[in-house]
Structures are given as structure tokens and as C-alpha cells.
Design a protein around this ligand. Structure first.
Ligand code: PLP
Length: 409
């Protein structure tokens, strides 16, 4: 029977409540006996796992009287992978540097609640992020791409600009996801319980056995709020659950520290995970095992998630899957991998929407191996060309179905 649906008060009620989806084809192709399950956070209303903390931080700030309707202006410095280092160096305690995703979640929450929002964004960030923020009614200020240790960054970085605005705009407030307890709490109270509920509510059957609990959970770390909050939630439910953290090469979030030596300081393309300092909300010891991932393996895993499972995810979802599959081959992981009914959850933090113009996505989308149909289509079209014209066969990779009446195929 269909589940009862209810009318929601507004879009904030559609934050989270994301599906947990079997990744059966990928599991099968890797010979896994366990259940491999993806928590599809791109199905949240703002398109990312970060919607949850944006909502939680705004609502908590309202409760604490920090955000006052009609008066407060939320100011958001939106940075890249290493963006918050200058703040740490400057000893600034209260400012947040974030990826576009929290910016989008915040702009969405503020649109609904009626707060003005200013987002400062480095020039290098994608146009689709700026467009989304503007579409949600945010003011977007682009700042030059200055190295965090340059004197110029003290004046013109996203952080300095946001700080100046916070000081001078009456009611200016910067929420700090690196220190804000509502970041991990949002995952302890919503993401984790949703995963547990889905697993507990799905009966074990001979065709689809289930241990009835979360046996392992794999999540990437940026601020670390997701992995820390999830760890706290799942341990209350199963104290033996193994929590696996994913950190890109070039970042320093993994433990033991020796793991971070290879590729130290190198840059990486995957967005949303990794830092060059340890955010306060990340409790590294809540994580049982850390794995380091690289860009190439992450994008390959994204392609698998798209082609095998129909999940249009972003790069950090690929990192989480790739790390999960490697962990399942370790001594500890292989015991889980070989247990029918063991539940391994991989957090898929966002969708491909924010990366549509990125070279890595265009490469896997447009330059991937042709399907077997390509050759068949080519042959059919060759036959259809009247001999007297003897025109060259069109490049089938660029054909549209309508133009060439291939719909009947
Ligand atoms: C796409 C994406 N994946 C993963 C994360 C990691 O989340 P957390 O900050 O909770 O560690 C982020 C954080 O910005 C993100 O944007």
C-alpha cells in the first residue's frame, strides 16, 4: 500500500528524510555478500547533506536570540578546500568558511524565514553555485582568488570581506559550522536515526537478508560534522558498528597522522571533503578507520553510481564509495563484506547539479566508452543514406533522436 503523504508547511520540512538505496549492482560486481546501501542526500530539498545543518544552525540561532526576524542579516563566507586557514591564523573565532552547499542551504532557509543573506564567494567558484545562490535571493560578492598567506588576503579574501560586512552591517551574523554544536547534532538527531529507522523497518527475507542493524557506516569528512554526528547516533544503536572516515590525499583529517604524509599539501579536485586544519566539530577518535582517497578513483566511482545505480551524485559521493569498497577488502572490512545480511551504509553527500560544468564531470559524461548501441546505430544510418549521396555517416555521438528519427530504436 502507498505510504500516506502529508502536506508540508514549507520547503524546510523537506530537508533530509532522504532514501537509503541498495547499491546491489555495485555490490555484486565487487563480490560482496553484505548489503551495500547508499544514503542519497542529494534528495534533500537543497540538494545536499548540508541542508540539515543550515536548518539546524538557523533554528538554533533563532531560539538563542542570535537571529532576529526582520533585523538579522546572515553573512556567509563561502570558500574552497583550504579557505579557513587564514581565519585560524588570524585567531578569529567566530567566522565560518564554507562550501557552496551550506551557502545554498542557508540561502534557502533564509529565503523561507525572511532573512537577508550575503554570500562572499571566491572568483574561482563555479557559476552554477553563484546562480543558485542568486536564484534563492542571496547577495553574492565575488572576491579575488588570493593565496591565504598573501598580505592581500587580509583585505580582499572572502573571509576578510565577510568580516568587514559583519562589523558594519547592522544585524550581521556569521554562523560558524566549524564550531557550531548544531552541525554534528543535526546528523546525530536526523541523518543517523533515519538510516537506523530504514534498516530496522526493512524486514529480513531469504532473498534479502538483513542483520537488522547498521554494521558499518562510511562518510567523508569536511568539517567532520557528518561523520562525528553519525558515529554518535549509530553507536547508541549498535556499539559494535564500525565507522569509516574518508579523507582526500592532501588533507590532514585522517588518523593516524602517518596516513596524511603521502601527498601532503597537494591539491585535489573533489569538493566538500578534507581540510588543512582540524575543525572543532570533528572528533577524530569517533572514527574507527580512516582511508585516504584520490580524485581519479572518486570520479570513477561516481561513474559507477551513475551508470550502474542511476544515482546522479557529486564527486565526494564517489570518494565515499571508493573508500568503502577499499575498506571492505581490508582484514576487518572483509569479515563484514563476506557476511550475508550485514548492512554497510555509504553516505552520498550531494548530487551532480553543482558540478555540471566541471571538467571531471564532462569527461565521464561525454568522453566515456560508447555503448554497444553506438555501432548498431552507425550501421543503420549508413544503410539509410541513399547511395547517390554517399554522405559520410553522421557522428552518432552528437545525434539527437528527433533529428534522425531514431526513436523507434
Ligand atoms: C559535497 C560534500 N560532501 C561532504 C561534506 C562533508 O560534510 P561535513 O562538513 O559534515 O564533514 C561536505 C561539506 O561541505 C560537502 O559539501
Amino acid at each position: 500500500m502507498a505510504q500516506h503523504m502529508q502536506i508540508l508547511d514549507n520547503a524546510l520540512d523537506a530537508v533530509g528524510k532522504t532514501p537509503l538505496i541498495r547499491l546491489d549492482k555495485i555490490a555484486q560486481s565487487h563480490g560482496l555478500k553484505c548489503n551495500l546501501l547508499g544514503k542519497a542526500e542529494f534528495m534533500s530539498v537543497g540538494g545536499s547533506v548540508k541542508d540539515r545543518i543550515a536548518k539546524a544552525m538557523v533554528e538554533a540561532a533563532e531560539k538563542d536570540g542570535i537571529l532576529i526576524p526582520g533585523q538579522s542579516v546572515v553573512i556567509e563566507p563561502t570558500s574552497g578546500n583550504t579557505g579557513s586557514l587564514p581565519l585560524i591564523l588570524l585567531g578569529v573565532a567566530s567566522i565560518d568558511t564554507v562550501f557552496g552547499h551550506v551557502g545554498i542551504g542557508l540561502a534557502l532557509a533564509c529565503a523561507i524565514k525572511g532573512y537577508s543573506v550575503i554570500i562572499t564567494l571566491p572568483n574561482k567558484m563555479s557559476l552554477e553555485k553563484e546562480a543558485l545562490l542568486r536564484a534563492l535571493g542571496a547577495e553574492v560578492i565575488r572576491t579575488p582568488n588570493v593565496p591565504h598567506d598573501s598580505p592581500e588576503s587580509l583585505i580582499s579574501s572572502v573571509l576578510s570581506v565577510a568580516r568587514r560586512l559583519e562589523k558594519e552591517i547592522p544585524g550581521g551574523v556569521i554562523l560558524d559550522q566549524y564550531r557550531n554544536v548544531n552541525n554534528p547534532l543535526a546528523h546525530e538527531w536526523t541523518t543517523g536515526p533515519e538510516i537506523i529507522d530504514a534498516i530496522v523497518s526493512t524486514p529480513s527475507t531469504p532473498a534479502r537478508p538483513s542483520s537488522g542493524k547498521v554494521d558499518a557506516i562510511v562518510a567523508g569528512a569536511g568539517t567532520g560534522g557528518t561523520v562525528t554526528g553519525l558515529s554518535r547516533a549509530v553507536r547508541k544503536h549498535n556499539k559494535d558498528c564500525i565507522v569509516v572516515g574518508i579523507d582526500p590525499k592532501g588533507s590532514i583529517l585522517a588518523l593516524p597522522e602517518a596516513l596524511n604524509v603521502e601527498g601532503a599539501g597537494s591539491s585535489y579536485v573533489v569538493e566538500g571533503i578534507g581540510y588543512d586544519f582540524i575543525p572543532d566539530v570533528l572528533v577524530q577518535k569517533e572514527v574507527d578507520a580512516w582511508l585516504k582517497t584520490e580524485d581519479d578513483e572518486s570520479f570513477l566511482a561516481v561513474q559507477q553510481l551513475m551508470r550502474k545505480e542511476g544515482l546522479l551524485v557529486g564527486g565526494s559521493s564517489g570518494s565515499a564509495l571508493s573508500g568503502a569498497l577499499r575498506w571492505l577488502k581490508t582484514e576487518e572490512g572483509s569479515k563484514v563484506a563476506s557476511t550475508p545480511g550485514a548492512n554497510v551504509v555509504v553516505v552520498l553527500p550531494d548530487g551532480v547539479r553543482n558540478y555540471m560544468s566541471k571538467p571531471w564531470f564532462l569527461k565521464i559524461a561525454m568522453e566515456s566508452e560508447p555503448t554497444p548501441l553506438r555501432e548498431i546505430i552507425g550501421k543503420i544510418l549508413q544503410k539509410e543514406v541513399p547511395a547517390e549521396h554517399n554522405a559520410p555517416v553522421p557522428d552518432v555521438s552528437t545525434l539527437s533522436l528527433k533529428e534522425h528519427d531514431l526513436a523507434r530504436l
